[in-house]
Design a binder for this molecule. Structure first.
Ligand code: PHE
Length: 366
């Protein structure tokens, strides 16, 4: 028995070592440990032995089974690693080669501008927040200090879902991305610094208005936030976005129910070849004027309170603007409707290559 076991061990370990592939390893496993396997057969003999004999043979047979099991696993792992190494060595791909024969799509200017905005605001420490396009009345209006009978609701005429049984109007297509500031303030603890880009809806339609368009809203809630922070943030953002240092801002007193005080933000432009080009100070030249680009203000105490925060502890500012409009101003399109017609000629002309480096890779202040 002794020599038999040693011989068997040498034979089995030898064939495992010699197994050239996973199939061969499996064949040795079946031959040794399968139902009819030799080692399995030896284990079965233990039952018929005298206790003395079993005490001697038991540990030897078990040790053999263990050695074979280990050797099988090691050989299997070795073969698998070799196969992977061979694949890695043979399957090299050059990711920098141009794609052949596949029509190249383009990035829509709205997507491009949203990416640019996310980059600029990321540099300033803002996170991107999102919310649902089907909003409820509370988030879109009431929490933003626009109660049921408020005239501002008429300016935000939108698409309403059927009334509830009690006659209330619960759901609508959001008219601005401001409900995302409510959702964020309700969910997160201040300090908050977010931008909320996304689709919004109003029942409007002409060359500069479409029933669906894109907005981006910014919100900062912290301690001791002032109008100065708002102005600096907007100036820094507009300089980075339009890639010009000579951006001049004018804050014009205005009214929004959710901000107090509120300001419309105008930016100076100059006429060049019959087009308005952002930049320059209209007070110092006859060849330009002011153009409204943003709504903004200090977040109203009532809004902060609606979200369960103490307005004596937390202040902040908010601003909102149209992404499509920013794209038109930066890239020179003049009809908003073309943005959503899906005309391939327009997309080829105004679209961006997916491999283009975003215009903002320089970052803020570069
Ligand atoms: N939500 C406003 C609108 O769509 C824009 C705005 C946002 C104004 C934040 C001020 C502050 O008209």
């Amino acid at each position: 028995m002794t020599t038999d076991l040693d011989q068997l061990r040498t034979d089995l370990l030898g064939s495992i070592e010699a197994a050239a592939g996973l199939d061969a390893v499996e064949a040795v496993r079946v031959q040794a440990l399968g139902k009819q396997g030799v080692v399995t057969g030896l284990l079965k003999t233990l039952g018929g032995m005298s206790p003395e004999a079993r005490q001697v043979e038991g540990p030897r047979i078990h040790a053999l089974r263990e050695a074979v099991t280990e050797a099988l696993a090691a050989r299997k792992a070795g073969l698998e690693k070799a196969a992977l190494d061979a694949r890695l060595a043979s399957e090299t791909i050059d990711m920098t080669l141009p794609v052949d024969g596949v029509p190249a799509g383009s990035v829509h200017p709205v997507s491009q501008v949203m990416d640019e905005l996310a980059e600029i605001f990321a540099d300033l420490g803002f996170a991107v927040a999102t919310g649902p396009e089907i909003e409820d009345d509370w988030h879109n209006f009431t929490a933003l200090n626009i109660p049921e009978t408020h005239p501002a609701r008429a300016m935000h005429d939108t698409f309403y879902f059927p009334r509830e049984e009690d006659g209330s109007q619960k759901y609508l297509l959001r008219t601005h991305t401001s409900p995302v500031q409510i959702r964020t303030m309700v969910q997160d603890k201040p300090p908050i610094r977010i931008i909320a880009p996304g689709r919004v809806y109003r029942s409007d339609s002409d060359a500069t208005h479409t029933p669906m368009f894109h907005q981006i809203e910014g919100l900062v809630i912290d301690k001791g936030i002032t109008l100065g922070h708002l102005k600096w943030t907007l100036e820094t953002f507009l300089k980075a976005f339009f890639e010009r240092d000579d951006i001049v801002l004018r804050l014009r007193p205005s009214y929004f129910p959710f901000t107090e005080p509120s300001a419309e933000v105008d930016v100076g432009f100059t006429w060049q070849n019959g087009k308005r080009v952002i930049g320059g100070d209209p007070r110092k030249s006859d060849n330009g004027g002011w153009m409204e680009v943003l709504g903004s203000g200090m977040v109203h105490r009532k809004v902060i309170e609606s979200c369960g925060l103490d307005p004596n502890e937390w202040q902040g500012f908010a601003f909102g603007t149209g992404v499509d409009r920013l794209a038109m101003l930066k890239y020179g399109m003049d009809d908003l409707r073309a943005f959503f017609d899906g005309d391939l000629r327009w997309l080829r002309h105004y679209g961006f290559s997916a491999l283009d480096i975003p215009t903002l890779s320089g970052g803020v202040g570069a």
